[in-house]
Design a protein around this ligand. Structure first.
Ligand code: OAD
Length: 244
C-alpha cells in the first residue's frame, strides 16, 4: 500500500530530492556508524573524528581514514545506489544530498550530488587550506601538501561546520522538491537531519527507506522497511516501466 503510494508520488513529482546516510552503502560492505557492527560501536568518535583528535595524533586519525579508504576502494556501488542514479536520469529536477564520504553515488552514475560531510577522497592542507583529490590507497602517512604542511582528510568532523555553499544548496533543494526520500540514515546527526524538519514545513511528501524504524519514522508520509538495495529498485519498478 505504502509502496504503491510512494511509487505514484515519485512518478508525479516534478522535483525529487534525496538524503542518504551510511545505510545505503551497507550492502556494498561499508560499515554504518550506529548499527550493531557500526564504526561507533568499535571506535570512539572523539579519538578519530574531531579536530582535537587530529591535533593530538594525526597519524592515528590518518591510519583510520586510510583503512576506510582501502575498504571503500574495494567496494562496488549496489542496486540502491544504481536506483537513485536511475531516478536522476528520469526526473526533470533531482538533487542527491549525502552524508556519506565514500563517493559510491558518483561511481553509480549520480551527477547532482551534494556531499554535506565532505569526501574521504579529498585532502586539505592544514596550513594553506588547499584542497585536492587523491585516490591513492594506501597513502604515505601522513600525507603532505606541496607547501610542506600536513594534510587532513577532506571530511567534516564533529564540532565543525558543514561546507557553506554545499549546505545552502542542500537547503534549497530540500525546500524546492515535491518528494523527499530519506534513505539509510538514523537521522540523529544535525544539521543534516534538520533537512527533514525543513522539508516537513514545505509540505513535500517524505518517503523513508530503512531496515528499521528511526527517529523520524513517525513524522514521514511513508516508511518502507527493508534494505535500500531491494526497496529502491522496487520503488522504481513503476517509474521505470514508463518509456524513456
Ligand atoms: P548511522 O549508522 O547513524 O545510521 C545508519 C542507518 O542505516 C540506520 O538507521 C540503519 O537502520 C540503516 N540501515 C542499515 N543497513 C541498511 C540497508 N541495507 N538499507 C537501508 N538502511 C539501512 O549512519 P548515518 O545516519 O549516515 O558523520 O550517520 C550520520 C553521520 O554520523 C555520518 O555521516 C557520520 C556519523 O558520525 C560524521 O562523521 C560527521
Amino acid at each position: 500500500m505504502c509502496l504503491e503510494q510512494a511509487r505514484a508520488w515519485i512518478k508525479q513529482a516534478a522535483s525529487v530530492s534525496v538524503l542518504t546516510g551510511a545505510g545505503i552503502s551497507a550492502e556494498s560492505g561499508i560499515p554504518t556508524f550506529r548499527d550493531a557492527a557500526g564504526l561507533w560501536k568499535q571506535f570512539r568518535p572523539e579519538d578519530l573524528a574531531t579536530p582535537q583528535a587530529f591535533a593530538r595524533n594525526p597519524n592515528l586519525v590518518w591510519e583510520w581514514y586510510d583503512w576506510r579508504r582501502s575498504l571503500i576502494s574495494q567496494a562496488q556501488p549496489n542496486t540502491g545506489h544504481l536506483a537513485l542514479a536511475e531516478i536522476e536520469r528520469r526526473a526533470s529536477c533531482f538533487t542527491l544530498i549525502t552524508q556519506n564520504v565514500d563517493g559510491l553515488h558518483q561511481r553509480a552514475g549520480s551527477h547532482n550530488v551534494l556531499e554535506v560531510h565532505g569526501s574521504i577522497w579529498k585532502l586539505r592542507c592544514t596550513k594553506c587550506h588547499r584542497e585536492w583529490k587523491d585516490q591513492t590507497v594506501p597513502l604515505k602517512l601522513p600525507p603532505r601538501c606541496e607547501c610542506g604542511a600536513i594534510a587532513r582528510p577532506g571530511v567534516v568532523w564533529f564540532g565543525e561546520g558543514l561546507p557553506k555553499g554545499v549546505w545552502s544548496s542542500a537547503e534549497k533543494a530540500t525546500m524546492a522538491c515535491d518528494v523527499f526520500l530519506v534513505v539509510g540514515t538514523s537521522a540523529v546527526v544535525y544539521p543534516a537531519a534538520g533537512l527533514i524538519d525543513l522539508v516537513r514545513e514545505s509540505g513535500a511528501r517524505i518517503i523513508e527507506v530503512n531496515t528499521a524504524k528511526t527517529a523520524v519514522s513517525d513524522n514521514v508520509d511513508c516508511t518502507l522497511i527493508g534494505p535500500a538495495g531491494e526497496m529502491l529498485p522496487k520503488l522504481l519498478n513503476h517509474v521505470l516501466s514508463r518509456p524513456a
